[in-house]
Design a protein around this ligand. Structure first.
Ligand code: FAD
Ligand code: NAP
Length: 495
């Protein structure tokens, strides 16, 4: 077994995506220097390291999909591609000197709270252990691929892969390709694959609301201005932020704003698809905002190409040659791409997290993960979640939520680090009251209405999404309120 150094870090951050790197940068700015970032991959980037499919790009404007203290002024376009976003994160590592804090290839398998020593022990797959006063879990919500287990999957003689494990070694030119899924990921790669495949069949279980994306490429002059005068960038960023915030109202059920969203999506569909049968198939039958609202200018046109077919019959099984649908048709393929999303409900990645008295996080949560401000959980002292339960957004940039979390967590970690007996555990009553409010608000939201989405658990409870605007979340997380926490002494008893 590789053993640890016995050093006790102020904090260990798990994950080097937007969430973990942003926390590291926040620590550096607050002069918390004694921390590590443990990442199982061999590079930074998180979802932007993993999702390299053709057309991968952010669908919230890049000007708001970056940190306020490290503006992405060099970005070439409004909806930046995967390489540019990963490049941004790499430059963040340089800017804040994060390299000396990052350990790659560290697949964390378990984290345990040691009550007697008021410490976390973090275990990795290679047998290493690390000790820390606080753990910041930035393991993401969208990195465990969901591969539905259709009957006969193993018999398929072609090649099959998940969109986040794109087979760049495989040339799709002239191939008969299937795409299972038609949501945020599929709408980005389908237009690209359609250009080269001999035939592309898109299997759609539910239609999506799609708005125009209106990609905009910055001129050299605009780029120069952004770099020379970041205030112009900041002003535009603020305008985009306010525009996106206003969009939150569209995700409230039975509002004029939500009806306006439906209209905009309908107009976009009608402008791009003239065939009434295809239009009908592409018209959603649920509330606007129940699933992620997509933005694309080239998905509908791709579906109207002669070599592309949209199939809405349910998939019943795989065969050696392809996929059978409920109407009895066998569709033959060389390649099947799963754009079927991620296991987004675990909130603890694949690891075992044991808190006070050995309680496991999955035992505490059952199928309904919850956390105060999406950050802290009772019985898990000095554990802070990034992008935790009820912090995902549909209407604006997740990065703006992460930044609020980083500031809050930095306050907590600094407080804990100041005295070796300091322990913060959220009061269960505080969490319960908070969560009752969040769930109550979510009742009014399209997120809780009737459609299949990764925002909800099997009981229909919204566990991924935040219930309000970014500004509301910023206000809730602005100051660490020590009164919300039991401050436990070394014995583990509340003082
Ligand atoms: C294709 C795609 C596009 C997206 N586009 C947008 C967008 O346009 N706008 C938006 O607001 N949001 C978008 N999102 C949501 C996105 O998840 C967030 O914006 C944000 O990037 C999340 O960052 P994160 O660091 O929390 O998680 P991740 O990026 O998932 O990073 C988590 C990191 O933790 C590491 N990790 C996990 N488990 C372990 C372990 N056991 N041990 C060690 N390391 C571990 C992973 O390897 C990974 O590097 C998109 C998501 C996807 C999948
Ligand atoms: N920046 C971007 O533009 C971007 C790009 C990619 C991803 N993302 C983020 O990542 C999230 C996940 O996106 P995603 O598109 O990868 O996954 P997703 O939103 O979960 O969509 C999965 C797709 O697969 C279908 N599907 C799932 N299981 C199926 C089954 N058993 N049979 C048939 N179809 C099935 C779903 O149909 P149903 O709709 O019927 O469930 C849906 O069309 C997004 O919501 C977004 O937050 C963002």
């Amino acid at each position: 077994m590789t053993s640890t150094k016995d050093h006790i870090y102020s904090a260990i951050i798990i994950g080097a995506g937007f969430g973990g790197l942003g926390q590291g940068a926040q620590f550096v700015q607050e002069s918390v220097e004694d921390f590590l970032i443990l990442e199982r991959g061999e590079d930074v980037g998180g979802v932007w390291r993993e999702n390299t499919y053709p057309g991968a790009a952010c669908d919230t404007q890049a000007l708001v999909y970056c940190y306020s203290y490290f503006l992405n002024v060099k970005v070439s376009r409004m909806f930046a591609g995967q390489e540019e976003l990963q490049g941004y994160l790499r430059s963040m590592v340089q800017e804040f000197g994060l390299n000396k804090h990052i350990r790659y290839g560290q697949d964390i398998t378990a984290s345990e709270w040691d009550q007697a020593r008021c410490l976390w022990t973090v275990h990795t797959a290679d047998g290493s252990q690390y000790l820390a006063r606080s753990v910041v879990a930035a393991w993401g919500q969208l990195n465990e691929p969901n591969m539905p287990d259709f009957p006969g999957t193993d018999t398929f003689e072609g090649v099959a892969f998940h969109s986040s494990k794109w087979r760049h070694d495989l040339d799709l030119t002239g191939k008969r390709v299937a795409s299972i899924g038609s949501a945020a990921t599929a709408v980005q790669y389908v237009p690209e694959v359609a250009k080269i495949a001999s035939n592309l069949t898109v299997f759609q279980r539910s239609a999506n609301y799609i708005l125009p994306r209106d990609q905009y490429i910055f001129s050299e002059e605009e780029s120069r201005q952004f770099q020379k005068n970041p205030d112009a960038y900041r002003k535009l960023r603020q305008e985009i932020h306010e525009f996106r915030e206003a969009g939150f109202e569209r995700t409230r059920r039975h509002t004029a704003a939500s009806e306006e969203g439906v209209q905009l999506a309908r107009e976009h569909l009608e402008n791009q698809v003239s065939d009434p049968e295809l239009r009908a198939k592409l018209t959603p039958d649920y509330d606007f905002g129940c699933k992620r609202i997509l933005r694309s200018d080239d998905f509908y046109p791709a579906l109207t190409r002669g070599n592309v077919e949209l199939v809405t019959e349910a998939i019943t099984e795989f065969t050696p040659r392809g996929i059978c649908t409920a109407d009895g048709v066998e569709h033959e393929f060389d390649v099947v791409i799963y754009a079927t999303g991620f296991h987004s409900h675990a909130f603890q990645g694949s690891m075992r997290v044991s808190g006070r008295d050995g309680i496991r996080l999955e035992e505490r949560w059952g199928n309904a993960p919850e956390a105060y401000l999406g950050i802290t959980v009772d019985q898990f002292p000095n554990l802070f979640l990034i992008y935790g339960p009820n912090t995902n957004l549909n209407h604006n940039s997740v990065v703006s939520m992460l930044e609020a979390q980083h500031r809050y967590i930095a306050q907590a970690v600094e407080y804990i680090a100041a005295d070796e007996s300091r322990v913060l555990e959220v009061d269960r009553a505080v969490l319960d009251k908070y969560n009752a409010h969040v769930q109550n608000e979510l009742e009014k939201s399209a997120f809780s209405s009737d459609c299949s989405s990764w925002y909800k658990n099997e009981d229909g409870r919204v566990i991924n999404n935040w219930c309000g605007t970014v500004e509301e979340y910023r206000a809730s997380t602005h100051d660490l309120q020590l009164d919300d926490y039991l401050q436990l002494a070394e014995s583990g008893q509340a003082r």
